[in-house]
Design a protein around this ligand. Structure first.
Ligand code: SF4
Length: 290
């Protein structure tokens, strides 16, 4: 039995309690949702599809109802850049008021303003800000001012619990100390390290980068807890509290073209039709087990 509090993010696993299989949640524990492909940045390592697509709001609300009833703990909105999706505040408010889902949001942070913050306040449980490198490295990779990023981090941290996401490649791996210091200075609750994935424009994190990352992680003594994605191979021991919860029981991704996927990189996908998101996830599971 797994209990979860969306306000604090606290998870409690009662592994002495064994539930019959029919009582298990049918839905993935966490679902990431790309609400739009649109973005105003052009990061070289971006893997978001570049064709124009965004989710129909009525579909999104009904999928959240379905996922909530089927046992999903949380949804994470991303893109593209989710703050460019005009229905974002309405969708987050719906989740907060009508479901038990925790809501997270991954943003580059450069469109943050007081109006957006007031509309998201109370409806978003964690804001994730993508920060790759510091100073001139950040500015070269993201094409935006590092000083303005710091202003946005202050604004976000004053209203929301937030975490920092960092893509680790041969440039940013050298700045891990400064990245961790930045996260601590602005009060991040987590530093998520994401080894760069290969795309058509970048080779992805190489062996040397991964070795340097592993060495850094093993010697890290900072105050901000580290995390990584489930499919990252850091070469260091990673706590896995739920070893029996694998594949689509754990996580699913919905892209901005309304298809369900096992991950945002996966090529297996199922279009979410009139019969809803759970039917699409069931079909995706059957494809994986066929
Ligand atoms: S901010 Fe995110 S979605 Fe936009 S280009 Fe960069 S990596 Fe891609």
């Amino acid at each position: 039995m797994h209990l979860f509090d969306r306000q604090s993010g606290l998870n409690v696993l009662l592994d002495e309690v064994s539930l019959p299989e029919h009582a298990w949640s049918a839905a993935p524990r966490q679902v990431s949702i790309a609400v739009t492909n649109t973005c105003d940045l052009a990061c070289p390592f971006c893997y978001a599809p570049k064709h124009r697509a965004f989710l129909e709001v009525s579909h999104l609300l009904s999928w959240m109802d379905e996922l909530d009833h089927a046992g999903t703990f949380g949804v994470g909105f991303g893109g593209g850049e989710p703050t460019l999706y005009r229905h974002l505040p309405e969708v987050c408010a719906y989740a907060a008021e009508n479901t038990g889902l925790a809501v997270t949001l991954t943003t580059h942070g450069h469109r943050w303003n007081a109006d957006l913050a007031s509309r998201l306040c109370g409806a978003v449980n964690l804001v994730r800000v993508s920060v790759d490198g510091v100073g001139s490295t950040y500015e070269r990779l993201r094409g935006r001012s590092f000083a303005l990023l710091r202003t946005s981090l202050d604004a976000i941290a004053s209203d929301f619990q937030w975490g920092m996401n960092s893509v680790i490649n041969q440039d940013t791996v050298r700045e891990l100390d400064a990245i961790a210091a930045l996260a601590a200075e602005h009060g991040a609750s987590e530093l998520l390290l994401l080894p760069e994935q290969p795309t058509v424009r970048t080779p992805g994190a190489g062996q040397e980068t991964l070795r340097a990352l592993e060495t850094w992680v093993l010697s890290y003594t900072g105050s901000v807890p580290l995390a990584t994605s489930g499919d990252a191979v850091l070469g260091v021991p990673i706590a896995n509290a739920l070893p029996g919860e694998v594949g689509l029981r754990s996580y699913a991704h919905i892209d901005a073209s309304a298809t369900a996927r096992t991950t945002s990189y996966s090529s297996s996908r199922v279009r979410i039709g009139e019969d809803g998101v759970m039917a699409a996830l069931k079909q995706l599971t059957q494809m994986g087990t066929a």
